[in-house]
Design a protein around this ligand. Structure first.
Ligand code: SF4
Ligand code: SF4
Ligand code: SF4
Ligand code: FES
Length: 947
């Protein structure tokens, strides 16, 4: 058995929590929790019982009959996987009779599944092979069966894995994994007896079926029947490194399994506290971008963006960059340059970039791509509860009775959390979905929302106020909670505000479009639940009143007493893998790490002493301010690490004008992204597989990122920032990212107890982690709020300027799709594009018909900011008056049409509401043509540099 398999010991059935039960197994005394199977009890005592259909990721099913045991006083031979332990039970796991029975069963399997192991890709990693060897079965007395599913062709339709019915032993593990873990119910068993076989959908291929390629069936298959194509081609992996997914804010833990220096597959980590052994198509399969031929692995410079790139050494690139940035500061002043940190990079890397800006650039012009997604979460939660982060661990949802999902689409954007959520819903929890669009959760297999409140884009604040209005005016408040936990003066003022008639569902109905009676019913359901939890996403934050809605959500949780324990809480679903971490690490221009204001002399002094530098007391520029200052001509140098602002930020034309205005744009990334078209320096980035560090997910969970392969360009991102800072005259000297974390812990109270040794021991840590909570804090605000008493903020509704008018009668809102990620830089370079290859415009059939638009027609989409062209998909997923698109492909120019409206408190762009007109057209927009020409020219320049 190889090293990987030894580390993945399977206990047969899931862990149970309960009263202790004592029994003997093969004469050995064993004590386990009530409800534990005999199989698991034996495994915990180090006794392996042969098994085929059982695995510890799934509840026992009892179909294969290989795991039989003898129990004193019981007739027959019960299956150990489905038999629960009992006090005083005496179990025998081996006897000549048991061996005979097991061998008979295995011979039957082998009659249908020849042991041609040496020619099989699963050789050495096959449970049937293991069982056959352990029982000494080499061939079947029954001979090979004829016909049946063994005659069927393998299904290779999925780009990442194949299904070979000839290798299938019909153990149902795949079906149960798809149903119970993933919740997609894509697999069934067709036929009966010998003829029964596994099939996707209704005798469809995997690609044609509802399968979402999460890989759970592949993980649980005991044979080669379902297997990764990479392993079939390359053979079994030889070593593994445990690390954290670099895609979304769920932060799944994975084993990167390698052969030599090639990552063959990513298998989800059963011990991963965020994902418990599950994954989605992105983390599980879409890692090939890391070694894609488009990776730039040599630093490049050029004097002007019309010049060809010139490949240079790292030293020359650093010297060139430092000289240019210093010259700009001499000519235009110290504040004429700045930096942008990345929510895709590690905490340690983000920390170093903000440190370099403050200490080496000498200003506070640092901001983060988290600005464009969850900055209102930070502001809203800090104001009301005292901490800028979600309140729960993901597993808390298993204790929720009512779950409100607002402005989030977990099935697409946070799929592994969605699977947990759906499991709870199948157990009976109630669901309220608040979204203009009919997202998958509204009606999916075995899940139906109790209320889908399809509000109009831009009316979130009116909605959340109406919910609280019903709670207060109908006497559903948790008075004890409010009296004990919240500031009374603020509460009374808020109460007076919220009970105002303008907040009643009847008055807000005209704004939100939600029928008053349905909103009242949803509010009652939420307020009367023993445990009600709120999960929200960018559909809340990316609005001109994003911060107000977040405060409204916190108000609703406080007024119903739903904070400070399991099963409740306010839970932002973060977009990118390290959005939480990049905010924690001091990436905002007004805050040092740990969200402490730069103007506070005591805080500043702490950092000044440690960093041996004088820090400026006044906050620096936010990203939109940097762009405005560039267009105005007094901001000239920018360092952007791991963010593609030219594609991801709103009002593309304005962003491009700002980037063109720079005299030194330094882009550090894996690929020559859209922003790099305007860059003078390109510094190769390193993928998550090439470095050490930590990410912090949406639950405040800090998890290790571990190097699996050497950096393709020779340097990890943290080393690059260190070298650039040195070239600027401010040397930093860390030998390993663990030393950066030690500094973070030294200077940041919420991280005081975090270090790599502890992370290795515990697996992960949810901050705050300090003397009071040495192993971290799964649930926040348990005894009291971080700010002491909870603060009810007044949340008056102010309509956005983006309103449907005669000129722009439709409201455009944006979102994500499961298989693509953010601006698509990674997923577009994987086979995920086979699932989704272009951004489209979803439009209601009524609106389409009015405009003469048919399915698949090209549509011109015009807003006051710009116009683009997208292909139409007619669907009633969107309501009349609303259109929807994604933003994963640069050429679709989705952000050419979004405006520069932004949240009043944080400048988070209002991506979710743009007034547009849509019409049938026959060719791309002027911007798209210009983009294509410019992109072609840049490709040519790159080719010249490489030649
Ligand atoms: S495909 Fe694999 S998991 Fe599914 S029934 Fe066949 S052997 Fe079992
Ligand atoms: S890959 Fe996931 S969704 Fe597809 S069949 Fe397997 S378990 Fe179901
Ligand atoms: S759910 Fe998110 S973190 Fe988990 S595998 Fe998918 S993309 Fe990665
Ligand atoms: S492992 Fe127990 S019946 Fe299959």
């Amino acid at each position: 058995m190889n090293e990987i398999r030894l580390s993945l010991k399977d206990m047969g059935t899931p862990l149970k929590i309960g009263q202790p039960v004592s029994l003997t197994i093969d004469g050995q005394a064993v004590t386990v929790a009530k409800g534990t199977s005999v199989m698991r009890a034996a495994a915990e005592a180090g006794i392996a019982i042969p098994k085929l259909c059982a695995t510890d990721g799934l509840e026992a099913f009892g179909s294969c009959r290989v795991c039989l045991v003898e129990i004193e006083g019981r007739k027959g031979y019960p299956a150990s996987c489905t038999t629960a332990v009992e006090e005083g039970m005496e179990v025998r796991t081996g006897s000549p009779r048991l061996d005979e029975l097991r061998r008979n069963v295995v011979e039957l399997y082998v009659s249908d599944h020849p042991l041609d192991c040496v020619n099989c890709s699963a050789n050495g990693n096959c449970e049937l092979q293991d069982v056959a060897v352990s029982l000494g079965v080499e061939e079947s007395r029954y001979g090979l069966g004829e016909g049946g599913y063994r005659e069927l062709e393998a299904d290779t339709s999925n780009p990442y894995f194949s299904f070979d019915p000839a290798q299938c032993i019909v153990c149902y593990r795949c079906v149960r994994a798809c149903d119970d873990i993933q919740g997609t119910f894509a697999l069934t068993v067709d036929g009966r007896g010998y003829a029964s076989r596994i099939t996707a959908g209704q005798l469809e291929s995997f690609m044609e079926s509802d399968c979402v390629s999460c890989g759970a069936c592949v993980n649980h298959c005991p044979t080669e029947a379902l297997m990764e194509k990479s392993v079939i081609i390359e053979g079994q992996p030889e070593r593994s490194v445990t690390t954290t997914c670099a895609y979304c804010g769920v932060g799944c833990s994975f084993h990167a399994e390698l052969k030599g220096d090639t990552v063959l597959r990513m298998t989800p980590d059963k011990a991963g506290q965020a994902n418990a052994g599950h994954a989605c198509v992105k983390g599980r399969f879409a890692f090939g971008y890391a070694t894609h031929r488009d990776r730039i692995t040599q630093p490049m410079i050029r004097d002007s963006i019309e010049d060809p790139w010139r490949e240079v050494s790292w030293d020359e690139a650093f010297a060139f960059t430092a000289r240019r940035l210093r010259e700009i500061q001499e000519r235009h002043g110290p504040d004429s340059i700045g930096g942008i940190t990345s929510s895709r990079c590690t905490n340690e890397e983000t920390y170093l970039v903000q440190k370099m800006v403050r200490a080496a650039f000498g200003n506070n012009n640092v901001d983060t791509c988290a600005r464009v997604c969850h900055s209102p979460t930070g502001y809203g939660l800090k104001t009301t509860l005292g901490e800028s982060a979600g309140t729960q661990a993901f597993h808390s949802v298993a204790h929720a009775d009512v779950i409100m999902v607002m402005g989030a689409n977990p099935s697409d954007a946070h799929p592994v959390f969605a699977s947990r959520l759906k499991r709870r819903l199948r157990e009976g929890a109630k669901l309220i979905v608040v979204d203009p669009r009919r997202i998958e959760l509204v009606n999916s297999p075995h899940v139906k929302a109790d209320h889908h409140l399809a509000l109009r884009p831009g009316s979130n604040v009116a909605f959340i106020n109406a919910m609280a209005h019903v709670v207060v005016t109908e006497g559903l408040e948790d008075r004890d909670f409010v009296a004990a936990r919240c500031e009374q003066e603020a509460y009374l003022k808020w109460r007076e505000f919220i009970t105002g008639e303008q907040n009643s569902p009847e008055m807000t109905e005209r704004i939100t479009g939600i029928p008053a009676a349905e909103l009242r019913a949803a509010a009652r359901l939420f307020a009367t639940a023993p445990n009600a939890a709120i999960y929200y996403g960018l559909g809340v934050s990316e609005h001109s009143q994003g911060s107000t809605t977040v405060m409204g959500i916190a108000n609703l949780a406080m007024i119903t007493g739903n904070l400070g324990r399991e099963g409740v809480g306010v839970n932002p679903l973060r977009g990118q893998n390290n959005v939480q971490g990049s905010c924690d690490m001091g990436s905002f221009p007004h805050e040092l790490p740990g969200y402490r204001h730069i103007s506070d002399p005591a805080v500043r002094n702490l950092f000044e002493t440690d960093w041996n530098v004088t820090l400026r007391a006044e906050p620096g520029l936010r990203i939109p301010n940097m762009f405005d200052a560039s267009v105005a001509g007094h901001f000239k140098g920018l360092y952007v690490q791991g963010e593609d602002v030219a594609q991801s930020d709103p009002n593309t034309q304005h962003v491009e004008a700002a980037l063109r205005g720079l005299e030194c744009l330094v882009v550090q990334d894996l690929f020559l992204n859209e922003t790099a078209r305007f860059a003078h320096v390109f510094l190769p980035g390193s993928s998550f597989l090439e470095k050490d560090g930590t990410f912090t997910n949406a639950e405040r969970r800090i998890s290790r990122v571990r190097k699996a392969i050497e950096p393709l360009a020779g340097m990890a991102d943290w080393e690059v920032t260190m070298a650039l800072s040195k070239a600027l005259g401010y040397p930093m000297d860390y030998r390993h990212p663990s030393e950066i974390m030690d500094e973070i812990a030294r200077l940041t109270p919420t991280f005081a107890g975090v270090n790599y040794t502890k992370l290795d021991r515990l697996g992960s840590i949810q901050w705050p982690c300090n003397d009071e909570a040495p192993e971290g804090t799964p649930t926040m605000h348990v005894e009291e709020f971080v700010r002491g008493k909870g603060y009810f903020a007044i949340t008056g509704f102010v309509p956005t300027d983006e309103r449907a008018t005669r000129k722009y009668p439709l409201l455009l809102t944006t979102g994500r799709i499961l298989s693509q990620y953010n601006v698509g830089a990674q997923t577009r370079r994987t086979a995920n594009s086979e699932f989704y290859s272009e951004d489209v415009l979803e439009i209601h059939p009524f609106d389409a018909e009015e405009r003469g638009i048919g399915e698949g027609n090209w549509c011109g989409v015009v807003s006051r900011a710009g116009n683009t062209v997208l292909r139409a998909v007619l669907t009633d997923r969107v309501q009349p008056g609303v259109v929807y698109t994604t933003f994963h492909f640069p050429s679709s120019g989705a952000n050419v049409i979004t405006t520069d409206n932004s949240d009043w408190a944080t400048n988070c762009p209002e991506y979710k509401v743009t007034a547009v007109q849509v019409s049938k057209v026959s060719e791309p927009s002027a911007w798209q043509k210009e983009y294509q020409a410019f992109a072609r020219r840049q490709e040519e320049l790159l080719d010249k540099a490489r030649a």
